[in-house]
Design a protein around this ligand. Sequence first.
Ligand SMILES: [Fe+2]
Length: 232
Amino acid sequence: MLSTRALSASKQLSRKVSVLGAVRAKHTVPDLDYDYNELEPVISAKIMQLHHDKHHATYVANLNAAEEKLQEAQAKNNVAAQVAVQPAINFNGGGHVNHSIFWKNLIGEKNGGGHLHDGALKTAIEQQYGSLDSLTKAVNGKTAGIFGSGWGWLTFNKALGHLDVIATANQDMPSSVGHVPLLGVDAWEHAYYLDYNNVKAEYFKNIWRVINWKDVAKRYDNAVAEHKASKN
Ligand SMILES: [Fe+2]
């Protein structure tokens, strides 16, 4: 049996741990590695500012709120409430993860955007798709076929052990279907409408000029290394 003093110390500690835990669990919007106008004229500074500071920030705020609800439900051992909050965690968690990848996938033309350098990824793209041009057509075709909101992706398909092109609805993540995301194209209207209005095909065509292939290649190398390690 704990003394009153020990009990009080223990309560204080658990309060501290829970406060620390809550602080640690809070998600934040990652800073961009570049200025809002980095991607012009392909994507305007106005879109980047809204997209990053408002849209992404809303996913993060809603994710934090949903996780708080989940913690409360867990503390009360309320299974129904835990299940009820999962869709909000999936949607806003996906929005946070997908956009965090997207910002890194992009870079201005003057800083190397659109240039696929020699290396394992380029070799794999050429082996599987014939050329970068054919790959972009495959991604654009997949992305254009999305009904409503979603993402087009170049992925590493873990089951097949090679590159793949997929689309996901809303904020679903490639990892939910066994794919490692390498390159995402945000096909939500908020990603292009201010610049392109209803002509989204033009946005899909232009975005390849600002792809940071160094980032995509790094993700590919990591995915291949992890895949090899999982087979050993
Ligand atoms: Fe978005």
